[in-house]
Write a protein that binds this ligand. Structure first.
Ligand code: A3P
Length: 298
């Protein structure tokens, strides 16, 4: 159910990610104003891209005629390793005006020091999600991308490799902990969010991201309910119903339909797919992996 993955410095990467990471190390020049949306796949990248874009650019666009109504968030917050991979160089990202809004799935430890050093001012907004929901979202996504000529991927087979840590940019837990530790050590550099918290209290999360990015909402903006406008604009209901997210296809290494990034957008859908034994096994692995780290998914 996976493309060929390589074990590289503790993580499982496709040739696409591996090449992206190497090109990043060799050529990417971070700017102090760079804002990077970082995620393990299926944790809410699309959503966070939309939120960050609309927070940072809230003075540039009218909410009734917003770029997010016409473009998929990936056309506004650029997938770093994807852009570099397609170009074979950093010329595309080098040409973007500041502040650049970028995204990556790479683990923190695999990013170049020029990005993660405290001396570099670029900032990361990370979002993680309950691994049970991540796994189910990944499994659906992998089946969507699979050739119609092949049988669907068996849930049990996919579950087994996910639990062993073998998944794109996995092990999942190590990815999360890399950014979690970075957020503790460098809270001004890395903001750590949970999908479940954003779902529960989206307005609070929007304010938190804005403060972290040093563009807090003014009392006047609050009185105009700008936070709520952003929450509504980026909601699953609104975004999944945009024409561009229903019908367009894009190429990030291979052609993918925008609609594949909008499935249910809910917390706890795992309950419809995993047996109680599977859920317990995954929770147990999570508990062991997170023991002593001060982090949990609850
Ligand atoms: P589900 O498959 O559980 O529905 P990513 O963007 O990292 O690939 O993650 C995709 C997951 O985020 C999918 O989860 C998708 O439905 C969900 N998602 C996409 N847009 C969302 C939004 N605006 N709000 C909440 N969830 C969203």
């Amino acid at each position: 159910w996976l493309d060929q993955l390589f074990h590289y410095h503790g993580f499982w990467l496709s040739t696409f990610a591996l090449r992206g990471s190497m090109l990043l190390h060799d050529h990417f020049k971070p700017r102090p104003t760079d804002i990077i949306v970082a995620t393990s796949p299926k944790c809410g990248t699309t959503w966070l891209r939309a939120l960050v874009f609309s927070i940072v650019n809230r003075h540039s666009f009218d909410f009734s005629d917003h770029p997010l109504s016409k473009m998929n968030p990936q056309e506004l917050v650029f997938f770093l390793e994807g852009a570099i991979y397609i170009d074979g160089s950093t010329s595309f990202v080098d040409g973007l005006p500041s502040p650049r809004l970028l995204s990556t799935h790479l683990p923190y430890s695999l990013l170049p020091k020029s990005m993660t050093d405290d001396a570099s001012d670029c900032r990361f907004v990370y979002i993680c999600r309950d691994p049970k929901d991540v796994f189910i979202s990944k499994w659906h996504f992998a089946n969507k991308l699979r050739s119609k000529h092949l049988p669907p991927i068996a849930l049990e087979e996919a579950f087994d490799s996910f639990c062993k840590g073998v998944s794109h940019y996995g092990p999942f837990w190590d990815h999360v902990l890399g950014y979690w530790k970075a957020s503790l050590e460098s809270p001004k550099k890395v903001l750590f969010l949970k999908y479940e918290d954003v779902k529960k209290q989206p307005s609070d999360c929007v304010r938190k991201v804005a403060e972290f990015l040093e563009v807090p909402f003014s009392p006047e903006e609050e009185s105009k309910e700008m936070v709520e406008e952003i929450v509504k604009l980026c909601s699953f209901e609104n975004m999944s119903n945009q024409e561009v997210n229903k019908n367009a296809t894009r190429n990030s290494g291979r052609p993918i339909s925008n609609s594949d990034f909008f499935r249910k957008g809910e917390v706890g859908d795992w309950v419809n797919h995993l047996s109680p034994q599977m859920a317990e096994a995954l929770d147990h692995i999570t508990e062991q992996k997170l023991q002593g780290t001060g982090f949990n998914f609850r």
